[in-house]
Design a protein around this ligand. Structure first.
Ligand code: ATP
Length: 364
């Protein structure tokens, strides 16, 4: 049975980095006979023009039915209001498909001029609640103004969501360290000294899961201290598990520290669906110039192939994913044909062409 992947370009640099990503998928599909079928649908500003909404219900349905989704970056900050059709496709899909785990690796690469020298960590971020006022309520937004000049934001933390994100983080830590022959380590990141109730629930859930996984070393750390420690000594972290907004901020810090936001792959995963999505935004300042770095979306798609491979027990997809990882490492270590964000002067298309050559040599 074929693997159906839905590709949604998004806004800004979305179409350019999606094209590079689909070139890679296409190549692997032919070489490894993966039997992947790509279907494209329109979202974002292009969809507003065609359908008066940034995301139609048909696209939501197609996303639910697909084996996986590749979502380009969306410029939702500049969308019209929801009543005028400005739905945030990223938030909508995370909720509709219950993609509760946002998995964000950050590592440094040899020869790349990154600030960090010894980082290889994964941030596992809860994706459905926390401070995200556009999605943390059953009905209506979690942010409101009772009187003019006063704004209130609600941060929702539940035992259910905390337990399931902790479970997946421990699983990821065990898989990550299995090949390295070392004891895996988890850091639960919180601010329970201030938010005693909500982060108390989160930590309690992490401790419950830790008590069932004694082979994993478990530590807790305040979020402000964690930011400092990522800079000072990133090698101490294997896997970080945290709530929604802390995870969002810490992962941008970690990936920029590793070299560029353009290297930041990420996967949104649930029980039944998964969605590859670069960590960065639509980068409208460089859109249409053929200078965007596509590696973040390529890495994210590699993570998606790996997820589908595990779910459907299709080893070929896991192999394809590991080839992508190898090609990223080689591309970055060769230190030529890199885009501007990485200190080079190659175009998006030149980087992609070089990446395909490297992939070809790896497969041979
Ligand atoms: P959002 O709030 O949606 O994350 P943002 O405006 O905060 O969006 P980005 O769109 O991620 O941030 O852009 C931040 C900076 O990083 C911009 O200068 C952008 O050009 C750069 N950038 C982001 N992604 C890439 C990429 N793939 N390649 C090159 N530069 C990028």
């Amino acid at each position: 049975m074929s693997i159906d992947i839905l590709a949604l370009d998004g806004d800004g640099i979305g179409p350019e980095i999606m094209q590079s990503t689909l070139d890679i998928v296409d190549f692997l599909n032919k070489e490894l006979k993966l039997d992947i079928q790509i279907r494209k649908e329109v979202i974002g500003f292009k969809s507003i023009d065609q359908n008066s909404t940034t995301m139609t219900s048909e696209v939501v349905l197609a996303s639910k039915e697909a084996d996986g989704i590749i979502l380009g970056p969306v410029d939702h900050n500049n969308y019209p209001s929801v009543v005028d059709g400005g739905i945030n496709p990223s938030g909508k899909l995370r909720i509709e498909l219950d993609l509760y785990a946002n998995i964000r690796p950050a590592r440094n690469y040899i020869n790349l001029n990154s600030l960090s020298k010894d980082m290889d960590l994964i941030i596992v971020r809860e994706n459905t609640e926390g401070f995200y006022s556009d999605r943390n309520m059953f009905d209506g937004p979690g942010e409101f103004s009772p009187v003019p000049g006063v704004g209130l934001a609600i941060r929702k933390i539940t035992k259910h969501a905390s337990l399931r994100i902790a479970e997946i983080a421990f699983k990821i830590a065990k898989t990550k360290c299995a090949s390295k022959n070392k004891k895996p380590k988890i850091h639960a990141i919180h601010k329970a000294n201030v938010m005693r109730l909500t982060d108390g629930i989160f930590l309690e859930a992490c401790r419950t899961v830790a008590s069932k996984n004694k082979e994993v070393e478990y530590e807790e750390m305040l979020v402000d201290a964690c930011a400092a420690h990522i800079i000072r000594n990133p090698s101490q972290f294997d896997v970080i598990v945290t709530t929604n907004m802390f995870g969002d901020i810490l992962s941008d810090l970690a990936t920029e520290f590793s070299g560029s936001l353009g290297l930041a792959g990420s996967l949104n995963a649930g029980e039944h669906n998964a969605m590859a999505q670069a960590q960065h935004g639509a980068a409208t300042d460089i859109a249409g110039k053929n200078i965007a770095n596509p590696i973040s979306l390529i890495l994210s798609t590699g993570m998606l192939l790996n997820w589908i491979g595990e779910k459907r027990n299709l080893k070929k997809l896991n192999t394809a994913s590991s080839f992508i990882d190898k090609a990223v490492i080689k591309t970055l270590s060769e230190n030529n044909n890199l885009t501007r964000d990485l200190g080079g002067n190659a175009s998006t298309k030149e980087l992609t062409k070089n990446f395909l050559n490297i992939l070809n040599n790896i497969i041979l």
